[in-house]
Design a protein around this ligand. Structure first.
Ligand code: DON
Length: 555
């Protein structure tokens, strides 16, 4: 054997082992399915479609469309997302990239004196309608009409609004009031609705019906398109019919990484999620975290997060436009290089690494759901209109809340975006470019377990998934992943962001002694939705984050 080959085999023996055992299906068909979503009615829509003979992909269409109606704060037809798929019969895996694209008239400095957070100018061209049509026609078994039907019913008959909807609406009601179309749907004569009242969205029902009848053309062409273009332009936006004509989803190969005996399948660019996870896991794979105390473990995880996030800021952007060094970032040698600067006794200040930037973090919203069906098909999907109620404007007569995803671009070089994320030229605005995302729908697989998971919350998403992966590696189940206390480091700002109950006072002192700065976010964050299949017994488990109002079940 040549030296190079034997060296490679030595270094990658674990990877090979996982590749051999991890991807070989050893499980019988499970007779049930598991669904976890951020809203009980979206979960019901998924099960309704499975009961009609649909597979996980049909259920994903139903859930995505239902969330657009029952969780309008978080995702919708006016937004986009990533749908990670695993098809059981041939093990095919893909990521449907339904991320929004910058309009043709967009340019690098367009937000120097304008808001990238509020109003129609902050909205990119939506990808969600194209993605669900693609999902239904290429992977589903049922007609789109059937899978969208529950969403249309929720929109036309109305649904009972919960605490979360009212709370988020209250946070944004001042801005919503300024947009008559949004106010007429979400407020009652300018007043906040109360929990338990019914929200009907007849215009949204009509738009959904157009998509059900005409597929992609029901949104990107014809009447709906005309209303969107006219409405957006009246509100100061720059969309044209050509933007809508040009919108295409892209199927992308997921990012694969390996940690211990776990194969991790996750989001590809334009999401930074899979690459970040791979870098962090590669760095951590040289340590035996279970032998360390909580402080040492947290310290190492934070140091790995810091380095990976620096690379996010420096290199990552839409790979259709720029050429990030993905294979380098994913390589074990690169991780080994990063590891050499990690000390057990001291945090490395982010200032000692290249790059610059400032910080701020704001409240935000998005939605994730996870599905495994009775054939073993899987979907992990994270959908977004970006911040709570996106751009906070609705296009008249369509029921569509516009996204403010343009803020995920670097709008001011060297300055932080709404999530405090800094970035470089790789993520600056260009016509038809997709903005870099943190959404990280993920599959985990080891010899006996398959996990499907994801969560909202902007730049904090990847670190929540990371903590769940480490928990999975210790043999824990979805109900544990979703409950874990959370912490996060994103290189800039140079601080560990954490939930109020993540660390004891003594632990905080110990972390500070190592040189870490800590910032209590003041509330518990994220809204993880996760399912798991145990291959040897075909048992399914499902869990929704206790921080949200999600609902998960196995039926
Ligand atoms: O794509 C992204 O990274 C963001 N637009 C996701 C926003 C988000 O998760 C907000 N969540 N609460």
């Amino acid at each position: 054997m040549s030296n190079t080959l034997s060296h490679w085999l030595k270094k990658n023996s674990l990877v090979l082992l996982v590749a051999i055992i991890g991807v070989t299906p050893t499980y019988a068909n499970n007779s049930k399915a598991a669904i976890a979503t951020a809203h009980p009615l979206a979960t019901e829509a998924g099960f309704e479609i499975l009961a009609k003979g649909g597979n996980a992909f049909d259920a994903a269409v139903a859930v995505s469309a239902a969330l657009a109606v029952v969780e309008p704060t978080s995702s919708g037809l006016g937004g986009g997302g990533f749908w990670l798929l695993h098809r059981a019969k041939d093990k095919f895996e893909t990521m449907i990239d339904g991320r929004e694209k910058a309009p043709l008239a967009a340019f690098k400095d367009m937000y120097l004196d304008k808001s990238s957070l509020e109003g129609a100018l902050s909205a990119a061209i939506p990808g969600m309608p194209a993605a669900i049509v693609h999902l239904a026609s290429n992977y589903g078994r049922l007609p789109l009409k059937e899978s969208i039907a529950p969403a249309i019913r929720y929109a036309s008959e109305g649904f009972v609004i919960g605490d979360r909807h009212v709370r988020l609406l209250k946070e944004k009601s001042d801005v919503i009031k300024k947009n008559p179309a949004a106010a007429s749907i979400f407020l009652n004569n300018g007043q906040l609705p109360t929990k338990g009242s019914i929200l009907k969205q007849p215009d949204l029902a009509k738009t959904l019906q157009q998509i059900a009848n005409h597929g992609k053309a029901g949104f990107y062409q014809g009447n709906v398109a005309k209303k969107l273009i006219d409405g957006v332009r009246q509100m100061g936006g720059i969309w044209t019919q050509q933007d809508l004509d040009n919108y295409q989803i892209v199927e992308r190969t997921p990012i694969y990484s390996y940690y211990k005996d776990i194969k991790v399948t996750s989001a590809a660019l334009p999401s930074s999620g899979g690459i970040l996870l791979a870098e962090i896991l590669n760095i951590l794979s040289a340590y035996d975290l279970s032998s360390l105390n909580r402080i040492q473990r947290t310290h190492l995880i934070v140091e790995a997060m810091r380095r990976a996030h620096r690379d996010r800021a420096l290199y990552l952007g839409d790979s259709d436009f720029v050429n990030p060094p993905v294979s380098r970032l994913l390589s074990l040698d690169y991780a080994a290089g990063l590891r050499t600067s990690i000390r057990m006794d001291k945090a490395l200040p982010s200032d000692a690494l290249d790059g610059n930037g400032t910080m701020q973090t704001k409240g935000a919203d998005t939605s994730h759901f996870s599905i495994i069906d009775n054939e073993g098909n899987r979907v992990a999907a994270t959908l977004s209109i970006n911040y709570i109620f996106g751009a906070k404007v609705v296009v008249k007569d369509t029921g569509i809340v516009l996204n403010n995803e343009m803020d995920d671009f670097v709008t001011h070089l060297g300055e932080a975006n709404g999530y405090g994320l800094v970035g470089g030229v790789a993520n600056t605005i260009a016509p038809e470019k997709r903005m870099l995302s943190s959404m990280t729908p993920t599959f985990l697989e080891n010899t006996d377990h398959i996990g499907v998971l994801g969560t909202p919350d902007g730049s904090r998403i990847t670190s929540m998934i990371l903590l769940a992966i480490l928990d999975f590696s210790e043999g824990h189940s979805p109900d544990s992943w979703v409950k874990l206390t959370r912490f996060h480091h994103q290189y800039r700002p140079d601080e560990i962001l954490h939930e109020p109950n993540s660390f004891s006072e003594t632990e905080k002192e110990e972390l500070k002694k190592l040189g870490h700065k800590l910032k209590n976010r003041g509330y518990r964050y994220g809204n993880m939705q996760a399912v798991e299949l145990i291959k040897s017994t075909s048992e399914l488990k499902a869990a929704s984050d206790p921080r949200g109002e999600g609902f998960s079940d196995v039926r």
